[in-house]
Design a protein around this ligand. Structure first.
Ligand code: SF4
Length: 290
């Protein structure tokens, strides 16, 4: 396999074979994200990707590969026919695979017809990770996500209707002190409308070299402290209505670990929150990471 630059994948893809179908992120505008700043976006030639799959099979000749994650930032930008070809190759080289997954940018999902998404699902694209970041239009605009909350809902529902597993992420603290309530309430509204299979909460990490870093330095954005992040999460939990959605806030960037299944475990999650608040038992900033 050949990898270009730093390769990112969701935490739950830790055991997956990663194959870069694209390099970088086609948008690359989000003010908080520096994952692909060093890469100029391009779709890799399909024969090169197929070669990587052949190399991987050679390398893992005695190891069963159950999961493949097609990186980088937004593999769904690739034409459906090309994606189908790559998935066929995945199955050809790894007949044992059980799951193929991708990061899906909302605009790319909206650009696919329901029929295209169904064909992709039938061909083995089982799971899509979609960064909601915030359900508040003001916050989405400020962080230059390039998508509205309504588009997020439509994209999420399309993935679900195609029968794929959908995992969405929200970034705690992204609205700063000014918009924390809108951020919590509107994110709860979007998650309630989509009811993804999973919703994961990360906590904002302000990295040098990002636009948000400069905004924090200049005082334009005031960050939430750990107690305020908990207040924001509590507001989300109290307002979300997403029966069956698995909620996780146990990423390395989070100040405290929370987990449960909505709506049944709401009280349990609120009790976990309360315990952290009372004990002020937060992961120190020096131990937080992406
Ligand atoms: S958050 Fe996602 S869409 Fe935004 S720049 Fe980063 S990879 Fe691209």
């Amino acid at each position: 396999m050949r990898y270009e630059g730093t390769v990112y994948r969701p935490p739950s893809e830790a055991g997956s074979l990663i194959i870069q179908l694209t390099i970088g992120c086609a948008r690359n505008t989000c003010t908080f994200c520096n994952m692909y700043k060093d890469k100029k976006f391009r779709i890799r030639p399909l024969d090169e990707v197929a070669e990587d799959l052949a190399m991987a099979r050679n390398y893992y000749n005695r190891i069963q590969v159950r999961r493949i994650f097609l990186a980088d930032g937004d593999a769904l930008i690739v034409k459906t026919e090309d994606l189908l070809y790559i998935m066929e190759k995945c199955h050809e080289y790894f007949p044992e695979i059980e799951r193929i997954s991708v990061y899906g940018a909302p605009k790319d999902i909206l650009n696919k017809t329901p029929e295209e998404l169904r064909r992709l699902k039938e061909a083995g694209l089982d799971m899509v990770y979609m960064g909601l970041e915030s359900g508040a239009d003001q916050v989405l605009k400020d962080v230059k996500k390039g998508v509205t909350a309504a588009e997020m809902i439509e994209a999420g529902q399309k993935v679900k209707e195609a029968g794929m597993v959908l995992s969405m992420t929200v970034i705690s603290g992204l609205g700063g002190k000014k918009y924390w309530q809108e951020h919590a309430m509107e994110s709860a509204r979007v998650i309630s409308a989509v009811k993804p299979d999973y919703v994961g909460f990360l906590t904002l990490m302000v990295e040098k070299g990002t636009e948000i870093y400069d905004q924090v330095q200049s005082g334009e954005i005031e960050l939430l402290n750990p107690q305020e992040v908990l207040d924001e999460t509590e507001l989300f939990i109290r307002n979300v209505d997403a029966e069956g959605t698995v909620f996780r806030s146990n990423h390395a960037s989070n100040y405290t670990a929370l987990a449960g299944t909505l709506n049944a475990d709401k009280e349990k999650i609120l009790a976990q929150l309360e315990t952290s608040r009372r004990r002020s038992s937060f992961r120190p900033d020096s131990y937080r990471g992406i």
